[in-house]
Write a protein that binds this ligand. Structure first.
Ligand code: ZN
Length: 329
C-alpha cells in the first residue's frame, strides 16, 4: 500500500558516525527539490565528530514515501533510459572502473558486488569490459525488476545486512551513491568488511560536503537530495567511517562529476518559480522553461565542465570516492 505524507514519522537519532547525541542547532533547512514531495528537512552537525546529518529524519519504515515513484513507478522509464543508455551514464561507468584501477586492475574472474546497484548499469559495464564475476543487490524491487541483465549477474533484492553472502567472498565491493542513503553506514561497512576477502577493496562514492559548489548553492545544491540523503560526508568523515568499520583507506579523490552546477541552478529555478507537474504548466510557463533549459545547456558547457574539472583538482568538487582495503590479518 502506498504511503502518504501523513504516514511519515520523524525521529531524532544519534550521530550516524560516532553515535553521540549532541546535535547542533539546525545548520540548513531544505526541501525535496527533485521529486517535490512534502516536508521540510533540517541538517545538524554532530558536536562530537562534526559529521553533518539529517535530524529529525523519516524513520526507516516510513522513508518509503520519499522513494515511491522515483527510481521505479511512474518515472521509471525516464530514469531507466538515463541511467542505462545515456552517454553520461556510460562515461560514469568508465570513470568508476578507472578509479578502482588506480589501486588494482579488475581482472576476469574477480568477484565484484555492487550494493545499491539500481538498474545495474555499472556492474554490467564492469562485467562486459573486464570479465568479472558480477553480483548486485538493491533494496528497491522496482529497480531490480527492470535490472539490465539477470542472466549473467547474481541479482538480489534486499538489504545486505540480512547477511546472505559468504564471509571472505568478494574481491571488490562498490557502493556508488549509496552510503549517504543508509541508516547505519558504519554497520553496513562492517558487513562489507566481513564479506570481502582479506586484502579486498571497497569503493565508496558519495557527495562531498567539502565542495565549493555546496557553499555557493546552499539549499539549492543538488547533491543534498533531501530527505533521502541522511548523512553528508566531508572527505575526512568518509575516511573516518571506513576506519570505524575496520577498513584501511588506500586512495581518496574528489570526482569529475559534471552537471552539479547546472542542476543546482535548475533546483533554484524550481524553488523560485515553483515546480508544478508538467500537465499544469501553461503555454507561457512552457516557453520560459524552454528558454531556461537552453540557458542551462550553455551553463553546462561554459561553466559546469571547466569549474567542476578545476575544483576536482583541489578536492572540492561535489562528489568523492574513497577506496579502502580489508586488512589481511
Ligand atoms: Zn558524531
Amino acid at each position: 500500500m502506498k504511503l502518504t505524507y501523513q504516514d511519515v514519522v520523524f525521529e531524532e537519532g544519534p550521530c550516524p558516525l560516532c553515535g553521540a547525541q549532541r546535535p547542533s542547532p539546525p545548520i540548513l533547512t531544505g526541501y525535496d527539490s527533485t521529486w517535490r514531495k512534502e516536508g521540510t528537512f533540517t541538517l545538524v552537525r554532530c558536536q562530537e565528530c562534526e559529521l553533518v546529518y539529517q535530524s529529525p529524519r523519516p524513520t526507516r519504515e516510513t522513508m518509503r514515501y520519499y522513494y515511491e515513484d522515483c527510481y521505479s513507478g511512474e518515472k521509471e522509464e525516464e530514469m531507466r533510459t538515463f541511467m542505462l543508455e545515456s552517454g553520461f551514464s556510460r562515461m560514469m561507468s568508465v570513470y568508476r572502473v578507472a578509479t578502482i584501477e588506480k589501486v588494482t586492475p579488475m581482472k576476469p574472474g574477480m568477484r565484484v558486488l555492487d550494493i545499491g546497484a539500481s538498474y545495474g548499469a555499472f556492474i554490467e559495464h564492469a562485467r562486459v569490459k573486464r570479465g568479472i564475476e558480477a553480483y548486485a543487490i538493491d533494496l528497491d524491487p522496482g529497480s531490480i525488476e527492470k535490472f539490465v541483465n539477470t542472466e549473467d549477474i547474481d541479482v538480489r533484492c534486499g538489504d545486505v545486512l540480512e547477511g546472505m553472502y559468504e564471509t571472505d567472498y568478494f574481491d571488490v565491493i562498490t557502493l556508488l551513491e549509496t552510503l549517504e542513503h543508509v541508516y547505519d553506514p558504519v554497520v553496513v561497512l562492517e558487513e562489507v568488511r566481513r564479506i570481502l576477502k582479506p586484502g579486498g577493496l571497497v569503493s565508496l562514492e558519495v557527495p562531498n560536503w567539502d565542495a565549493v559548489t555546496r557553499m555557493v548553492f546552499g539549499s539549492w545544491w543538488l547533491p543534498l537530495l533531501l530527505p533521502t540523503h541522511l548523512q553528508h560526508f566531508s572527505r575526512r568523515h568518509l575516511a573516518m567511517c571506513a576506519e570505524r568499520a575496520g577498513l584501511e583507506p588506500v586512495h581518496q579523490q574528489a570526482m569529475f562529476y559534471p552537471g552539479e552546477v547546472t542542476m543546482s541552478f535548475g533546483v533554484g529555478y524550481g524553488r523560485i518559480f515553483g515546480n508544478p507537474p508538467d500537465e499544469e504548466r501553461g503555454v507561457l510557463r512552457r516557453a520560459v522553461d524552454l528558454v531556461v533549459g537552453l540557458f542551462l545547456m550553455i551553463i553546462f558547457v561554459l561553466i559546469d565542465l571547466p569549474v567542476v574539472f578545476t575544483l576536482r583538482l583541489f578536492g572540492r568538487s561535489g562528489h568523492q570516492t574513497l577506496i579502502a582495503r580489508k586488512p589481511t590479518n
